[in-house]
Design a protein around this ligand. Structure first.
Ligand SMILES: CC(C)(COP(=O)(O)OP(=O)(O)OC[C@H]1O[C@@H](n2cnc3c(N)ncnc32)[C@H](O)[C@@H]1OP(=O)(O)O)[C@@H](O)C(=O)NCCC(=O)NCCS
Length: 139
């Protein structure tokens, strides 16, 4: 999408830290994720989407980016720009050699499970604390 600029930020600036602190994410923000994508649209902050590299072992050990945070600026909730942002982050992960992403979501965030499913994630397992979902990125 034209005018959408995405950067993987090592250091988060004041504007994004303010968005994080004013969004009620109901869990600590994990700033150590390897991918912290921050998007701007026409110089306006769209939000942050982060993925953490996670090792999972089910007989074979694999490394996946795990979807951990999506925080949108209120101006961009339910927007095409936000959708394009999410799609672009997946293209970058695919270019980096990741064919799948996963997510682990606790039941108190049922709305996030619904959103993830709308976006193509599929549930494949659960434990006492939450559900595991994955999405094929192709490639
Ligand atoms: C979560 C988020 C990315 C979803 O954005 P969106 O899909 O573009 O649009 P909305 O904010 O309208 O949310 C979509 C749905 O999720 C629900 N939802 C969003 N945040 C919610 C919350 N904290 N608790 C319960 N439901 C929530 C909305 O009510 C809406 O439900 P509906 O379709 O039945 O009306 C956005 O709301 C956001 O950035 N929230 C603040 C940060 C956050 O809580 N992130 C998730 C955890 S890291």
């Amino acid at each position: 999408m034209k005018n959408l600029v995405i950067e993987n930020r090592v250091v988060l600036d004041k504007e994004i830290l303010e968005l994080i602190s004013t969004s009620d994410i109901k869990e600590p923000f994990n700033s150590s994720a390897e991918y912290k994508f921050v998007a701007k649209y026409k110089d306006r902050l769209v939000g942050i989407i982060s993925y953490m590299i996670t090792e999972l072992s089910d007989g074979i050990t694999r490394i996946y980016p795990r979807f951990i945070h999506v925080i949108l600026h209120p101006e961009f909730k339910r927007s095409k720009v936000a959708y394009a942002f999410l799609k672009e982050t997946e293209k970058i992960l695919l270019r980096d050699g990741h064919n799948q992403v996963m997510a682990y979501i606790k039941p108190e965030k049922a709305f996030m499970i619904e959103l993830a499913e709308k976006f193509g994630y599929k549930q494949y397992a659960e434990d006492d604390e939450g559900k595991f979902l994955y999405k094929d990125l192709g490639g």
